[in-house]
Design a protein around this ligand. Structure first.
Ligand SMILES: [Fe+2]
Ligand SMILES: [Fe+2]
Length: 314
């Protein structure tokens, strides 16, 4: 029962900056919100492998193939830490995964856009992983211990992802005219969707206040988005890339870059399943899950056999 005394004591722990661990008492709503958030994050890591995995055989050199392969494998690892974190909250992995494959659990809208050229892979590393770092650095301070620790580890790998993307894009942006055009075109297509990765504006984000009160998040969507824009404007300038927003303007008073109107209609359409790649992504995940059924069955049978053997030995 979530009595007032228990809720107050829990809030005190949060306010003191203590971490909440799996066996500690927590309000049911805190548990549910975390399962929702962490599983969405896990699904995003796994779906995120699809647009990039697609380019591993077509990456332009052995070195680029190896780097991309390592990055895509890291994303699988991120998904796995996060699914494990949901299990510490009492969720069953199978339920969480099936809620996404057969239900309507969400994942990051960004992965519903197509990767048309190799420059998109560079831009995903720079902009998409760059946005993920801003978000996950905040989540590494989350009040729930296992989630905070998973994000800490994820962030270390994300910074490698971002660097490889930025380095490739810098190279492309200083190449031939055709390469420059390709780099700029990819940035033009990905810039606005990456701004949407931080979620709807604070005025339209119903879960935000509660998540902040409980220390699951420590910054709002708009605050995170602003720090991302400030950083990216600088990084774009260094490699001679233009961000496709005529309204970008530095505000001396606030010390921040102001930016134009985000196309929220597009965001909601993608969230509701009508982005350019939604159907394809879910189909690919469904096929992978169903094709892998025999592997799960074999693993369970093997575990059962081992247990039986151990039983006999003791
Ligand atoms: Fe990741
Ligand atoms: Fe990443």
């Amino acid at each position: 029962m979530d009595t007032k005394e228990k809720l107050d004591a829990f809030q005190d722990r949060i306010d003191r900056g203590e971490k909440i661990e799996p066996k500690d008492w927590m309000p049911e709503r805190y548990r549910q919100q975390l399962i929702r958030m962490i599983s969405q994050h896990a699904h995003s890591e796994i779906v995120g492998m699809l647009p990039e995995g697609n380019w591993i055989p077509r990456a332009p050199s052995l070195k680029r193939k190896m780097v991309l392969l390592a990055k895509v494998q890291d994303e699988a690892g991120h998904g796995l830490y996060l699914y494990s974190a949901t299990e510490t909250l009492g969720a069953r992995r199978q339920d969480v995964v099936e809620d996404y494959i057969y239900g309507n659990a969400k994942y990051s809208s960004i992965f519903n856009y197509p990767t048309l050229t190799y420059a998109d892979i560079c831009v995903i590393g720079w902009l998409v992983d760059g946005a993920a770092i801003v978000n996950q650095t905040m989540l590494a301070k989350s009040s729930y211990g296992p989630y905070a620790r998973a994000n800490l580890r994820i962030c270390r790998e994300e910074s490698f992802h971002k660097k490889q993307g930025y380095e490739m894009l810098a190279k492309m942006a200083s190449g031939t005219d055709e390469q420059k055009k390709m780099a700029q075109d990819a940035v033009n297509r990905w810039w606005w969707p990456t701004l949407m990765m931080f979620g709807p504006p604070d005025s339209d984000s119903p879960n935000s206040a509660e998540l902040i009160k409980w220390g699951v998040k420590t910054k709002t969507n708009d605050e995170l988005r602003q720090s991302y824009v400030d950083r990216m404007v600088m990084e774009a300038e260094v490699i001679d890339i233009k961000l496709p927003d005529p309204d970008l303007k530095y505000n001396k008073k606030t010390g921040h870059w102001e930016f134009g109107e985000i196309p929220w209609d597009e965001f909601w359409a993608v969230v509701k399943g009508n982005g350019p790649m939604n159907r394809e992504r879910i189909k690919a995940r469904k096929n992978a899950y169903e094709d892998g059924e025999w592997v799960r069955e074999a693993a369970i049978a093997y575990a059962r056999k081992q247990k039986l053997k151990e039983g006999k030995a003791s």
